[in-house]
Every structure is written in structure tokens, then in C-alpha cells.
Design a protein around this ligand. Structure first.
Ligand code: FES
Length: 256
């Protein structure tokens, strides 16, 4: 059985063609310059090679190792640890369905099953036209909007099987699709380039990124002693603020 059949890397990988290497070299130099030690540039450099091919190929791993004076084993260890680095080519739109605890119980498992059936692909597979890849993903820290679907790492909140199917249908049809929060979608490779630390050149895209929504900020506002809009309830005081007030009142709060 060959190394490839055993799932082991087959060495050495082919290098990038000269013209690709020349282009990547200019970008890689800019990335490496951001850090005091070149090896610290590995994560954005992996995003850069992902922006070239839509995944981190063996060629990409070789390139990162050569640029940063690392071994391919070291680069592979990092690239296979973080799930944002794809090991197979992603579709133009990479659709991630959160199936972690909260999303799962609120319908994430059902959404993922329905999308697999609707698209005719399984986990980590890509449609034949290359438009959509599908992956079940772990918690994306958006539990307050569960169940959550992500497309190229932008949030689509409060989904259900029907809305998720409409979403992928619209993406495949080339219709304009807006995430619930964040900037307009761009293709997977363009997204990878932004994640490598290069500016999003689309007019207005940065301003569209927005801030945390009300459900995300509710706990912080309560901790600050604010009343949530629409609740009409009394001002909620955080335990820490209560303690401070009690101390400044000479401990009167302890007797209450
Ligand atoms: S469980 Fe889905 S975003 Fe946290």
C-alpha cells in the first residue's frame, strides 16, 4: 500500500509554477515582515496559500516550510490542527453548519442532514459544479443566534432546513446573498486572502462588518447594570457593582 493510500504525505510535493511563486513571494514577504520571528507568520501564510488553490495543498505546505525555514511536518501539524484550513478544495462558497450542542438541539443536525440530501454531497464534499462545499462545524461562538450556518465564515443566524436550502440554492443561482451580520460575501479564495491579513478592497465592506448584536451584548449590558430594551423591568445591578455600593455605604448592604 502506498503512502498516499495510507493517508501519509507523499514527498516531495511539486513546487508552485514560477509565475505563481513570484506572486506569492511578494505577498509572503509582506506577511513575514509583520512579525519579529518568521515562524510566527505561519497562520496567515497558510491562509495565503489557501487563497491560491482553495485549500492547503502539499505544494502549499512545502511553500510555507521553505519560506519560514520549517519542516513540512511542522507545517502539516499546524495545518491539520486548525479546521479553517481545508485539506480538499473548497467550493466557491464553503457552507458550514454548526452541529455543536446548542445549535444541534435547536435544529442544526436537521439542517445538516437536509443540506446533504438537497445537495447530494456528504460532509467535507463539494458539489460537482464546484459552487458549494459542505462541512459540519463546531461552535462558532454564535450560540445566541442558534442554529447558525456560515458561508465563507460569515454568519447566517436562526436558520432552519428550508431557509438553509434556499440559501444554497441562491448561492448556486448567483443571486445576491447577504449574511445576517458582517460584510457581503465574497468567494472562498478571496475570503482566505482577507484572512491572510490583506485589506478587503470592496467599497464599504469594512463598515458592513458591524458589531455584536443585542443577544450577544445582553449579558454585558446586564453586568453593567442596564435594563434591556423592551423589558420594562427594574435596572439590573451586577453583583460586583452591588458589592462596591455596599462598601461605599459602610457595609449597609450586608445587613439588608
Ligand atoms: S453551538 Fe452553534 S454557535 Fe455555539
Amino acid at each position: 500500500m502506498s503512502a498516499t493510500e495510507l493517508g501519509l504525505p507523499e514527498l516531495p510535493a511539486e513546487p508552485y509554477p514560477a509565475e505563481v511563486r513570484e506572486r506569492l513571494d511578494a505577498d509572503a514577504a509582506e506577511i513575514v515582515d509583520r512579525y519579529p520571528q518568521s515562524r510566527s507568520a505561519l497562520l496567515p501564510l497558510l491562509h495565503l496559500v489557501q487563497s491560491e488553490e482553495g485549500f492547503v495543498s502539499r505544494t502549499g505546505i512545502r511553500y510555507c516550510a521553505e519560506r519560514l525555514d520549517l519542516t513540512t511536518a511542522e507545517v502539516t501539524a499546524v495545518a491539520t490542527f486548525y479546521t479553517m484550513y481545508r485539506r480538499r478544495p473548497a467550493g466557491e462558497y464553503h457552507v458550514g453548519v454548526c452541529t455543536n450542542t446548542l445549535c444541534a438541539v435547536l435544529g442544526g443536525d436537521e439542517i445538516f442532514a437536509e443540506l446533504q440530501r438537497h445537495l447530494g454531497i456528504g460532509n467535507n464534499e463539494t458539489t460537482e459544479d464546484g459552487s458549494i462545499s459542505l462541512e459540519h462545524i463546531e461552535c462558532n461562538a454564535a450560540c445566541d443566534y442558534a442554529p447558525v450556518v456560515m458561508v465563507n465564515w460569515e454568519f447566517f443566524d436562526n436558520q432552519d432546513p428550508e431557509s438553509a436550502k434556499q440559501l444554497v440554492d441562491d448561492l448556486r443561482a448567483g443571486a445576491e446573498v447577504r449574511p445576517t451580520r458582517g460584510a457581503r460575501l465574497c468567494g472562498f479564495k478571496d475570503t482566505a486572502r482577507i484572512l491572510a491579513g490583506f485589506p478587503d478592497e470592496r467599497p464599504g465592506a469594512v463598515d458592513e462588518s458591524g458589531a455584536g448584536g443585542l443577544p450577544s451584548m445582553a449579558g454585558l449590558r446586564l453586568a453593567h447594570g442596564e435594563t434591556l430594551p423592551g423589558t420594562g423591568g427594574p435596572k439590573v445591578v451586577s453583583p460586583r457593582q452591588q458589592q462596591t455600593d455596599d462598601e461605599s455605604n459602610g457595609g449597609e448592604g450586608d445587613e439588608a
